[in-house]
Ligand binder design. Structure first.
Ligand SMILES: Cc1ncc(COP(=O)(O)O)c(C=O)c1O
Length: 414
């Protein structure tokens, strides 16, 4: 039988009093009366965003118009913001560029990586990987004429499945359903031992857990701007290509802004030196300006303090709920080395339970078929809020507060 740690409300209050990250919260706009446990889907709004967007709109766009491409740093923005993300993920300047969506960057990374292993035909991934990761591989295989094969295996079977046929291993570092975090260094080394390349999807890791891409020898990675980086809805994503691969890395979305000299308007594509070749077309300047605010804020925080707080928040929540609600099945690893910054439980009425919580101002989300998912963004959450959220969930379950028709009506976005 599992023994859970017994937390007390006084613990939460004491940790808030002594929290070295407590001041960070005031840099976010958080609506009163809401406990926000969904920063893993859409991060909160940094306070600087409004003024920054007003400046971009009024001054840079409104007054200086096209001159802002040169004078306001719009042109360099994807690389400049990429360098800032590099500092958050253990990469070097010149290895990350901000562009497009995570899905599109995955396509570029996958296609570019396959060209680096032309004789190999297998792409290996975790069966439970995020759907867009699976779909982008399937679409690419189809486009390439069906000569490659996607192999989906359980994470337990993954290391055994890597072979001399494997061109690439593609994994999401923190599983979106369970919150389980994979060992980046070990799996990357296992891929390399068989001559395969390693691509990591950092959607649920960047800004949430300490990352050391270069120390782990990662080849390629992609990640999201709108989750723990707090870049806003639909924020641009990023792609990392290790320096050692950049000369050979050719991605098929050969847009003009990935060209060696876009303003030469040459008829033939010649990829830019370095990470700029991972760009395709014109960047979304407004969205990227908001994202930069989120990243600047995350750069002010100590990542090891963020991690420590995130683990303590999630431990308190999972143990308190699991101890009191045997009806819920905890699917997130309790071992702190094996989880990211989210906690998930399963229950057949999970959707209605989440809706009942939302009606009380406690926002988590639901992932089909039966997962109640709670994200813990340590930059702006308080321990006492997480304590209150755990108590509310216990009441929803124990008192069957979820059992109402209104909570069972499905929304388009869950
Ligand atoms: C692991 C993972 N990859 C990718 C994405 C989404 O990518 P996109 O930015 O293309 O919507 C998500 C979205 O939640 C995700 O969880």
């Amino acid at each position: 039988m599992t023994t859970y740690h017994h937390y007390r409300p006084e613990d939460a209050a004491e940790w808030d009093r002594t929290d070295p990250l407590a001041d960070l919260r005031q840099h976010f706009t958080l609506p009163p009366g809401i406990i926000y446990l969904d920063g893993n889907s859409l991060g909160a709004l940094p306070r600087t965003v409004k003024a920054r967007l007003e400046q971009v709109i009024t001054e840079e766009w409104g007054r200086h118009l096209i001159q802002s491409w040169n004078q306001a740093g719009w042109y360099e923005m994807p690389r400049r913001v990429g360098d800032k993300i590099a500092a958050l993920i253990g990469a070097d300047a010149g290895e990350v560029v901000v562009a497009d969506s995570t899905s599109v960057n995955l396509f570029k990374a996958l296609a570019g990586a396959l060209r680096l292993r032309p004789e190999r035909k297998v792409i290996l991934t975790e069966a439970e990987n995020f759907p867009t990761d699976l779909y982008m591989v399937q679409g690419l295989i189809d486009l390439l004429g069906g000569i490659h094969r996607l192999e989906r295996v359980s994470i337990e079977a993954l290391s055994e499945a890597i072979s001399e046929q494997t061109a690439l291993v593609l994994l999401t570092h923190v599983n979106y359903r369970t919150g389980a975090m994979h060992d980046m260094e070990t799996i990357t080394a296992q891929a390399h031992a068989q001559g395969a390349l390693m691509i990591w999807d950092l959607a649920h890791s960047a800004g949430a857990v300490p990352l050391h891409l270069n120390a782990a020898g990662v080849d390629l990675a992609v990640g999201c701007g709108y989750k723990y980086l707090n870049g806003g809805p639909g924020a641009p994503a990023f792609i990392f290509v290790a320096k050692r691969h950049q000369r050979e890395f050719i991605q098929p979305l050969a847009g003009w802004l990935g060209h060696a000299d876009p303003f030469a308007f040459a008829p033939d594509y010649l990829p830019a030196e370095g990470i700029a070749r991972a760009q395709a077309g014109t960047q979304a300047v407004l969205s990227m300006s908001a994202l930069e605010c989120g990243i600047d804020l995350m750069l002010t925080a100590d990542m090891s303090q963020l991690r420590e707080k995130s683990l303590r928040l999630s431990a308190m929540f999972m143990d308190t709920v699991a101890m009191n609600c045997p009806e819920l099945t905890l699917i997130t690893p309790r071992n702190p080395h094996q989880r990211g910054s989210q906690v998930s439980f399963c229950h057949p009425e999970g959707y209605a339970m989440i809706q009942a919580l939302i009606a009380q101002g406690i926002i988590g989300d639901f992932r089909a078929p039966d997962i109640l998912r709670f994200g813990f963004a340590p930059a702006y959450l308080r321990y006492t809020e997480v304590w209150d959220a755990a108590q509310a969930l216990i009441r929803v379950v124990k008192e069957r507060l979820w059992d109402q028709p209104a909570f069972k009506r499905k929304n388009a976005v869950t």
